[in-house]
Design a protein around this ligand. Structure first.
Ligand code: LLP
Length: 431
């Protein structure tokens, strides 16, 4: 196991709370977040920036995990957040999250979403494409108001990660292409528009990135663009937003770079390149999602049936699966797990952890060494906090799990488990 875990009397302890008791109290599958781990990651980012001397903002990428309770923690930590839908925006506002600290992303924002963002006076709209410029122009004119915007650029940089997780390469559905001059065209349009206050440029090269090269190239590129625009348009972006993508360790094979190293590299390059180009120092923004919530999350399952195929393999089946964590099926993502109630037991067998969904691809962990596992044991999958619950579905009409926050020995239910009634809440009779 690549991460340090606490246990007591053979039980896994999360945030000072016995995970086996959590499983019994709230039922399984259960999503648990150790809030202190979320706060620690935020503080690590802050510390890296504080050392850099830059003005900065950390804008949490909601898509990794967005609930009312999560936005409340972010608010308490004075973070910004980015949303990518009316639904995320609604949830943030419902949680009392300050509108002026919200950025709105997305490659196909609807008119209604743009109107909502403008009405709620959010901090910044990150414009992705030409149609959005038109739509937003219309909204702003009608309401006779102005709003801060950034331009999302496609910098032509390929991050070394899963292809579904790449977003910065030329062939991407996101943003204005830099090479072909689309970005310049977008700049001209936005500068002409007196209701749009252009405060910066944005690029996001991908997710679960381990190498420093992508960010190094991006930092040079962003200052290059800023400098070019400064010369050609007499416009200098106040903010360079580098997106998210900082990788985390899911298994022993993963060797992520500390977020602080990314921050140091980015700020170092921005500083020296800006100086060379005669630009004043911009603010640096980042949008981490996974690195803030991933390691803080744990999915608890109860072990049920088991299938031993002689001389081949053993499947142990748990009471959740691809409905609460699609990542193994979708990206062949790897995870580690422990048996919550057998932390002191020796690992004696190699098993395949499979879910309860009617699909052969519903394998949570392809191969893992575990102690002898029996029905009723509690399995804890580690580092499930990012893109687990947020991508959950009701496939096979399974209710989505409850979510519990733990911290300092306290546990608090923050999302109720869906009921069967919830599942049919929107269904209407036909006959
Ligand atoms: N900013 C933008 C514009 C993004 O598109 C994303 C992620 C982020 C920030 C946050 O990236 P992070 O720090 O979390 O890597 N469902 C996939 C990940 C999709 C990421 C999409 N964009 C997965 O489970 O691996």
């Amino acid at each position: 196991i690549s991460k340090e875990l606490k246990s007591s009397n053979g039980h896994l302890i999360l945030g000072g709370v016995d995970s086996v008791e959590l499983a019994h109290k709230y039922g399984t599958p259960l999503v648990v977040y150790d809030v202190s781990e979320i706060r620690k990651q935020i503080n690590d980012f802050r510390a890296a920036f504080d050392n850099s001397g830059f003005k900065y903002e950390i804008s949490y990428a909601s898509k990794a995990f967005a609930t009312v309770a999560m936005y409340q923690v972010l608010k308490q930590e004075h973070l910004h957040t980015d949303v990518v839908s009316g639904g995320e925006l609604f949830t943030a506002l419902k949680a009392g999250f300050p509108a002026n600290k919200i950025s709105f992303h997305g490659n196909n924002k609807s008119l209604e979403e743009l109107e909502m963002a403008v009405d709620k006076k959010i901090g910044v709209i990150i414009i992705d494409n030409f149609r959005e410029i038109e739509l937003l122009e219309k909204v702003l004119q009608e309401k006779d108001v102005s709003i801060n915007v950034m331009l999302r650029l496609t910098p032509g940089i390929s991050a070394h990660t899963h292809k579904y997780d790449q977003t910065g390469q030329v062939d991407s559905k996101f943003g204005f292409d830099v090479e072909s001059g689309q970005a310049d065209k977008a700049l001209e349009l936005v500068l002409k528009n007196k209701n749009m206050n252009l405060i910066g440029i944005h690029a996001h090269i991908g997710s679960q990135i381990f190498g420093i090269e992508g960010f190094t190239l991006l930092a040079h590129k962003m200052v290059e663009i800023a400098s070019k625009w400064h010369k050609n348009y007499n416009f200098t972006p106040e903010i360079l937003n580098f997106g998210g993508g900082f990788g985390i360790s899911y298994t022993e094979d993963d060797e992520p770079i500390e977020p602080s190293v990314f921050i140091e590299k980015i700020t170092e390059i921005v500083k020296s390149d800006s100086k060379k180009a005669g630009l004043s120092l911009p603010e640096v923004w980042i949008e981490p999602g996974r690195s803030i919530v991933g390691p803080a999350g744990y999915n608890l399952y109860t072990v049920g049936s088991r299938k031993d195929i002689p001389n081949l393999k053993s499947y142990i089946n748990v009471d959740g699966g691809m409905g609460d964590n699609i990542r193994p099926a979708l990206y062949q993502a790897k995870y580690e797990a422990v048996v919550s109630n057998k932390m002191d037991a020796k690992k004696t067998q190699e098993v395949h952890v499979s879910g309860k969904y009617c699909e052969s691809g519903d394998i949570l962990i392809d191969s893992i060494e575990l102690p002898d596992v029996q029905p009723g044991d509690i399995l804890a999958m580690l580092d499930t906090g990012a893109y687990g619950y947020s991508m959950a579905s009701n496939y096979n009409r399974n209710p989505r799990p409850a979510v519990v926050f733990v911290e300092n020995g306290q546990d608090k239910l923050v999302v109720k488990r869906e009921s069967y009634e919830d599942l049919t809440r929107l269904d209407l009779n036909y006959l």
